[in-house]
Each structure stands twice: as structure tokens, then as C-alpha cells.
Design a protein. Structure first.
Length: 175
């Protein structure tokens, strides 16, 4: 495993998992959110974002977290040798995304590029909680055939179904 893409519904813990994995493997950790979001929650123009992703995936070794299916998945997956899908139950996803959102709202914790959760966003059409609700079933329908297709191309596809399974998987890796 040299180039690993970590995917999953918002709130699944992609960034935390990818950070741990990158540390174990001693490789760079790249967050697609950090390449996508500018200050004040402004989305990078598509070509700017894709250029950033292209540059990031040129490296020989990395762990990248994030989906960005229509905007950058092709760039990441054409270089990935492994894709890890955090396919957790809806109650786990929902409790995590709600908990993380409220923790960030109360603490003022930075997300990426100086951005912070805002109360006005948390309860709007742009809410990450609403996004997780809207994409959970879609991800569960779309990822299995995509991962089977990758496996046919020689890419290792790993599905982890619970945080405990993810922790066990990380623990068995040689450091």
C-alpha cells in the first residue's frame, strides 16, 4: 500500500482514520477538503481544485481522504493502489456528524483553511448534517460496484464496517 484513498459518508471519520493510517505508514496525509475549500467556505474553482489534486497525487506515497466523486475521484483513483471505504451504520454516521458539528460550533475549532462551523450553516441547506443524510444511502448503493470494478483492475478495495473493525485493521498494520 503506497497510495491509499479513504472514502465514506461525511462524519464517518475519514480524516481521523486517514491521519492515523498515514502516521503508521509514514506517508503524507492529504485532505481533499483542504484542497477544495478556500477561506470563508468559498469553493475553489473546479480547475484549481483538480490542479491541486493532480499535484498531490503525483507523489509516490500518500493517504488521501475525501470523496469528491464527480470532481476529483477519477484523479485520485487512477493513482490509488488501495481504496478503504468506511462503511459504517447510519446511527454511527449520524451521531458522529452531529457530535462533530456541535463540538466545532461550541469550541470554534478550525476545519480547514481557517474555516469554522457556523450556526447559520449547521441548520441550512448547506448543512453537513443534511449532506450526510442525503448521501448515506447513495454511498451505500454506489460504492460496492465501484470497488468491485477497482478490484478487477488490480486495486485493493477494503471495506471496514465499524469503528472497531477500523481500529483492529489499523492495529494489525506493520509500523
Amino acid at each position: 500500500m503506497k497510495r491509499i484513498s479513504v472514502v465514506g459518508t461525511s462524519g464517518s471519520g475519514k480524516t481521523t482514520f486517514a491521519g492515523k493510517l498515514a502516521e503508521i505508514l509514514s506517508v503524507p496525509h492529504i485532505e481533499l477538503d483542504a484542497l477544495h475549500w478556500e477561506a470563508d467556505w468559498v469553493e475553489a474553482a473546479n480547475e484549481v481544485f483538480r490542479s491541486r489534486v493532480r499535484e498531490a497525487v503525483r507523489a509516490d506515497r500518500w493517504v488521501i481522504d475525501g470523496n469528491y466523486s464527480s470532481r476529483a475521484r477519477d484523479l485520485v483513483w487512477e493513482r490509488a493502489d488501495t481504496v478503504v471505504w468506511l462503511d459504517y451504520s447510519f446511527p454511527v454516521i449520524f451521531s458522529r456528524v452531529v457530535g462533530r458539528t456541535f463540538r466545532r460550533l461550541v469550541s470554534g475549532e478550525e476545519c480547514c483553511n481557517g474555516n469554522r462551523e457556523r450556526w447559520s450553516m449547521a441548520f441550512s441547506r448547506d448543512s453537513i448534517i443534511l449532506w450526510a443524510l442525503q448521501t448515506y444511502k447513495r454511498n451505500r448503493a454506489n460504492y460496492p460496484p465501484l470497488l468491485r470494478s477497482l478490484e478487477r483492475e488490480g486495486v485493493r478495495a477494503i471495506t471496514l464496517r465499524s469503528p472497531e473493525e477500523a481500529d483492529r485493521w489499523l492495529a494489525q498494520l506493520p509500523s
